[in-house]
Design a protein around this ligand. Sequence first.
Ligand code: GLN
Length: 249
Amino acid sequence: MCRHLGYLGPRASVGGVLTGGEHSLRVQSYAPNDMRGGGTVNADGFGVAWWQDGSVRSYRNPMPIWTDPAVDDVLPQLDSTSVIAAVRSATVGMPVERSACAPFTDGRWAFSHNGVVRGWPHSLTDLWSEVPPVDALTLPAPTDAAAIWIMLRQLLATLDPPVALATLVRRIEARAPGSRLNFLLGDGENMYATAVHHALSVRRSEDAVTIASEPTDEASDWTHIDDRSLVVATASEFTVSRLDEEEHK
Ligand code: GLN
């Protein structure tokens, strides 16, 4: 299962967000602590999104993150007040290609899915048939994560992010029980994350919030997030609520 990480705070090096901490996202790519569902390493590429002048930029590579010299040579030269990054372990049967690497981006949004949809794609046939054909044509890759992104983008057009995420989790679970649905969504100023059958931790320091599949170091200021929770974060605070209550607020 992939690992992802989101940062909101003072301007920070984009490369540094990938490599910071003794258990950085890059270390988690070859030595993760908490893999669930069969994978052992996250070697099927990586991606990172950051915000510049209000719009989201990204860099993705289908090779293992530890083989890419840009992580040490180029990405540290960029900085941003928000970064969303992911290392990928492709689900069996799904392609290993750049377009399948999270984060997926559009407009101000960046999105990552850590997990798997059970019975994909057949389990989601009726949900997917609600996506307008022209939007279906923008599916970045034939993977569960990419399809989730297109459906989420649809919901974000009319719903607040917490409601959109909770609605999508409920709809997917109704059709594909047992799915692992850890989502991470950001717009450069806010981050939203779900924990559904997968690990998630959050750290708040004086002026920054980090959300990560696994803590990036052994410091004691990480909060472990309970299963079936939704995290909403700004640079200065985060709240945790029950995912199942989110739609009814
Ligand atoms: N199922 C997704 C993919 O293959 C996410 C992978 C993961 O979390 N391991 O892209």
